[in-house]
Design a protein around this ligand. Sequence first.
Ligand code: 2HG
Ligand code: ZN
Length: 528
Amino acid sequence: MYNNTTLAKSCTMVVFQRFQRLQTLYFASLRLKPHTCNVTVHKTITAGRGHLRGAHEAAPTRRPFSRVTPDDINFFTRLLPGRTVTDPDVLESCNMDWLKSTKGSSEVLLRPKTTEEVSQILRYCNERNLAVSPQGGNTGLVGGSVPVFDEIILSTALMNQVLTFDSISGILTCQAGCVLENLSQYVEQHDFIMPLDLGAKGSCHIGGNVSTNAGGLRLLRYGSLRGTVLGLEVVLADGRVVDCLAKLRKDNTGYDVKQLFIGSEGTLGVITAVSILCPRKPKSVNVAFLGCSSFQKLLETFQICRGMLGEILSAFEFLDTACMSLVENHLRLSNPIAESPFYIVIETAGSSPSHDEEKLHKFLERVMASSLVQDGTVATEETKIKALWSVRERITEALRHDGYTYKYDISLPLEKIYDLVTDMRAHLGSQAKNVVGYGHVGDGNLHLNITSPAGDAALLEAIEPYVYEWTRKWQGSISAEHGLGLKKRNYIYYSKSQEAVRLMADFKTMLDPKGILNPYKTLPDNVR
Ligand SMILES: O=C(O)CC[C@@H](O)C(=O)O
Ligand SMILES: [Zn+2]
């Protein structure tokens, strides 16, 4: 029979030893902001060039929109003096997505500061039949935030003001171009946190997060933006401003119109302001980084974790050993624990440090004693917590260094999520450089990423539609949190019925009859 006291001591000892190792090895490494749209980084990465498209991803044909004329530029310059950009160097980075796999050829970038300006731009573009590509932090992963042809880029970068914050209810209203990390810092001063957190937080805009219904690392605890976004202000294609910027927890007056714009990737309207419910800042945060010998053990650990940590559990993420090698090799991060086939990042966020630590330690004792977990470390101090998180958060960045990356963002029943990685590895054999799996176990969301030294048509043919067929077979979703954008638009039928897609197309026609908003994105080229 196990002696709890001894176990508690030995567990704490392991944790402490690992912690020391972590301190010495880890913090020497340089931290770069993930997903930062940084010109230097862009110039050094070339792997994404030569994007190859799958059968369904075939390049769309330019629709008969008008071309931008000198008269149009004059109009925009009068409306936005100094904020109508035609400089090719600036346009170069806004035309290219973060992955460097999708590139448009827009010749105009507009940087409005107010809703009224967005309204005037869209009214004008609608009348002139000019296509518009709304852009936030340009951190999207499906080619949704850059033009495909010569669409005008409408950037929210200067719409970056906090409008109100109620420190009793925790309800924040802000313009759409606020950077997520800045909002986090702002609400933290008032003892609150943002309900979402993601690797791209240093660059992504809240409007873009809402437009893609970004999930991120805290969804398990605080739910999706469909629940935490309380209100939106949206400008429609013809310039009408729809004010649904409610600051209420409960509001059942008619249809919940704002939901249409959440996750519709800027195809139905441009989000200009957001009202969002922020949770109180937890008084105690702990992060455990654990190693498991199999995915089955990882799932059992998750089950026990939910039961034992209950209300304080705020994240349960995983990465496989291939991901760990990538962050070690490309980003020079150190593995904080002994090498394992799988790693778990567990975060607890609660209101009582002693209560939370006790719960966490009891959980760790249990999973270590039952050999579900083979090694682990715990951090309670902020910088160390950040360091542990960055191993998970920076995988996307490490993958970009590894070569051309094929990305799949899949929802599946939990017991199947890693089978897709294993099957894909066997299916591709030596054709791929790396096949890795990581993601949000708590949400049943796998990020399957496959790299090759360069874009490879034969490899792509081997991956698709295999990956989509596999997902459909298990009633999964082919886009759990990244959206469909340009890259996945034609695969929509793997996860949605014809009736549902037809209804989506009807909404699009009703709200944007000329189709000027983010064309070639989200909806398939041919609606059946
Ligand atoms: O790059 C990816 O595939 C996933 C990015 C992001 O959603 C994450 O969870 O880290
Ligand atoms: Zn994710």
